[in-house]
Structures are given as structure tokens and as C-alpha cells.
Design a protein around this ligand. Structure first.
Ligand code: SF4
Length: 246
């Protein structure tokens, strides 16, 4: 099968365990205000690569995966290319490579039986999902990303019901997600899930702003600064990541 690829980063250490081969696919249905990879959002202009080409390339880095690493497919939204993902992971599993998907889960749809069969197939070959819960409140989620969070929360439930390991990721944005009520609601939702291995708090940063300038796009969060260390600590406490509030 063929994928529409944005880029490849070898030596990733922040997208899953160990040292990872990170494959960024093109295209995303969301428009997160803080997206630091706006150049991955369009479904056009990617590099076409086959499963065989990528498997061959990944295998060159197998030695690094002894750190507990493997491949992470990110984006964009990698689940938009689910047929390719199934094919890629099925092939990589022949070589015992650890497989991970970094996703918003937005393309999940529990009412679509045909799609559900594909998800069932994908989770057979996926060791770990990094699932972004962008905002726990649906109205705020729409304002932040342009789409509701219903499918995302359904996807978390589906992974939990299938006892599939996931790391929940939550971007902490002052005035948007840095809010006690929302953080507590997020924790309460995550507590209902069975297979969450950890919650990662990702402090909002402004490193992608220059990409907006290069693309001629307006960056809507220009007046928001990254959270302070104390704010990150407070959020981690409310999310149950750390036990000590001080
Ligand atoms: S889901 Fe990721 S790639 Fe898509 S708009 Fe949001 S931050 Fe950007």
C-alpha cells in the first residue's frame, strides 16, 4: 500500500517509549488553534511511499529499538490512512517492532461498522496509542479544534473496552485548558478508563508560530504565553499525575 508522508524523524524521544522512528503522515481534519505542525494539515503535496519502502527504512534502525523503542506514526492525523497503517504494522510485527499511533482519535465512529472492523484489525497490530484529549468540554473543544470531542472520547472508551494500552496526552494552554474545572473533569473521565498507562501534560509552546508566518496563516493564540512551571505542576496535580500539590 502507499502512504502520503509528510516527513520522517529518526531518533524521536518524546512520542512513546525509548528511541523511536517517527513517521508523520499528511492530512488532518482538525484545526487546533495551537497546532505546531500546520504544514501537516493539508492532504495534498505529501511524498508517496510504499509499505515496503518504509519497512525497509525502519529496519535500518532496529538496533536503536533495544532501548524499548520502535515506530510511532503521527501526523497530521494518521488514522485518516488507516488501511495503510494496518498494512504497515502487520508487516512490522513480522520483525517484532514495537508499534505506536499518535492520534486525536477524531476519525473514530462507533456507528460505522465497516470502519469499526478496520479499527479492530489495527489494534491487533498496535502496541500503544498516544491519545490526545484536547478539551473535555464539547463546546470548548469545537472552539479549539473546529470539531466535537464525541468521537475522541468514544475512541478512548473503545481502547479501554479492548484493554489496549494508551497514554493520554493533554496540551496545557493558559485560558483554554488551564482551568481547574476542566482539568478535574478530564481526570474524572480518564479515571473511568481501564487501560491508561499514563497521562502526559504537554505545556503549550509557541515554537510553531514561524510556520504560520511562512504559510501566510494567521496565528490566533499570539497573545497567549506558555504556562509557568507552577501552573504545569498544578495541572499535573489536578490530573492526578503527581500527588503533591506544593
Ligand atoms: S490534531 Fe494535531 S495535526 Fe491536527 S490540527 Fe490538531 S495539532 Fe495539528
Amino acid at each position: 500500500m502507499t502512504a502520503n508522508v509528510h516527513s520522517i524523524f529518526t531518533g524521536g524521544t518524546v512520542d512513546g517509549p525509548g528511541i523511536r522512528y517517527v513517521l508523520f503522515l499528511k492530512g488532518c481534519p482538525l484545526r487546533c488553534l495551537y497546532c505546531h505542525n500546520p504544514d501537516t494539515q493539508s492532504f495534498d503535496d505529501g511524498k508517496k511511499m510504499t509499505t515496503e519502502e518504509i519497512v525497509e527504512d525502519v529496519l535500518k534502525y532496529k538496533g536503536y529499538f533495544k532501548t524499548g523503542g520502535g515506530i510511532t506514526v503521527s501526523g497530521g492525523e494518521p488514522l485518516c490512512q488507516i488501511d495503510f497503517l494496518i498494512d504497515l504494522f502487520k508487516n512490522l510485527k513480522k520483525y517484532n517492532i514495537h508499534t505506536c499511533v499518535d492520534t486525536s482519535g477524531v476519525v473514530f465512529d462507533k456507528t460505522n461498522k465497516k470502519l469499526l472492523n478496520k479499527f479492530d484489525e489495527l489494534i491487533k497490530y498496535t502496541d500503544l496509542f498516544l491519545l490526545d484529549i484536547k478539551h473535555i468540554d464539547n463546546e470548548e473543544h469545537i472552539k479549539l479544534t473546529s470539531k466535537p470531542n464525541t468521537n475522541i472520547l468514544d475512541f478512548a472508551r473503545y481502547l479501554s473496552d479492548n484493554n489496549k494500552k494508551m497514554w493520554i496526552r493533554h496540551v496545557l494552554v493558559p485560558t483554554i485548558t488551564l482551568n481547574d474545572e476542566y482539568l478535574i473533569r478530564t481526570k474524572d473521565f480518564v479515571k473511568t478508563l481501564q487501560s491508561v498507562e499514563k497521562i502526559e501534560v504537554l505545556p503549550y509552546h509557541t515554537m510553531g508560530v514561524v510556520k504560520y508566518q511562512n504559510l501566510g496563516l494567521d496565528y490566533k493564540l499570539k497573545n497567549i504565553n506558555p504556562p509557568t512551571k507552577e501552573e504545569v505542576r498544578h495541572a499535573k496535580y489536578l490530573l492526578g499525575v503527581i500527588k503533591d500539590a506544593a
